[in-house]
Design a protein around this ligand. Structure first.
Ligand code: PGA
Length: 246
């Protein structure tokens, strides 16, 4: 079970310090893995603050080259160097705001994996695909275009674009159907099993129902991960879920 906290371009130094103070009063479980994805300038700062805790840090994106004239980009090697374990690739905000294409995302995912990062590849349909009944087909095609050629450390995050930051989520059978489909598509095309996280408006109220979905292996949380109380409540829900299912 994996909890990923995508802070996006939020939480400055003072807020991060306050957030981490509260983490030290909490008893983490060895069964649930957590990773926080801060803004790049605070990677080292956060990593130092949480080094005694079982939480890792990750990047929100990385480039497909390790070095070069790419102003404003971040190398997967540099992320690894600053202690990152994971990196998010192909988030819908990168796809829409930064025009990252499927092919570029594939290259970024491959370079992350080649640099010994675990890549979390994001896929998801928009509202019109879902309404027209194309959600499964769209995600399948997007996934096949973005899957790196060679991987051992890959997770997929199913993040319906219409759900991110909106408070709306698919119903549990839609989430289960999509996660099952993603797992089958990856298995068929690569012969590998993949874990699938759900992302999009995950919060303290809906976490239990999402975790109860059989094909959900964890969550990618945006807005609700910015408040330490909510982050820990989501983490606790995952621990409780695992204890109940044993
Ligand atoms: P949200 O964001 O939880 O605020 O909807 C999720 C994401 O963008 O990864």
């Amino acid at each position: 079970m994996f909890i990923a906290a995508n802070w996006k371009m939020n939480l400055d130094k003072v807020s991060i310090s306050k957030f981490c103070d509260d983490l030290y009063n909490y008893k983490f479980s060895s069964k649930v893995e957590a990773c926080i994805f801060p803004s790049i300038p605070y990677m080292d700062y956060l990593n130092n603050l949480i080094k005694k805790l079982p939480i890792s840090v990750g990047g929100q994106n990385c480039h497909y080259k390790s070095y070069g004239a790419f102003t404003g980009e971040v190398s997967p090697k540099f992320l690894r160097d600053t202690g990152c374990e994971y990196v998010i690739i192909g988030h819908s905000e990168r796809r829409t705001i930064n025009n990252e294409s499927d092919n570029e995302i594939k290259l970024r995912a491959q370079s992350a994996i080649d640099s010994n990062l675990k890549a979390i590849l994001c896929v998801g349909e928009n509202n019109s695909h879902r309404e027209k009944g194309y959600a499964l087909k769209f995600v399948e095609q997007q996934l096949l275009k973005c899957l790196p050629n060679d991987f051992k450390n890959l997770l997929v995050a199913y993040e319906p674009v219409w759900s991110i930051g909106t408070g709306k989520i698919p119903n549990v059978s839609e989430i289960n159907e999509m996660h099952d489909h993603i797992k089958k598509v990856v298995l068929k095309s690569t012969n590998k099993k993949v874990k699938v996280l759900y992302g999009g408006s995950v919060n303290v109220e809906n976490i239990d129902s999402i975790l109860n979905v059989i094909n959900v292996d964890g969550v990618l949380v945006g807005g609700a991960s910015l408040k330490v109380k909510d982050f820990l409540a989501i983490y606790s829900a995952a621990v409780k879920h695992l204890n109940n299912s044993m």
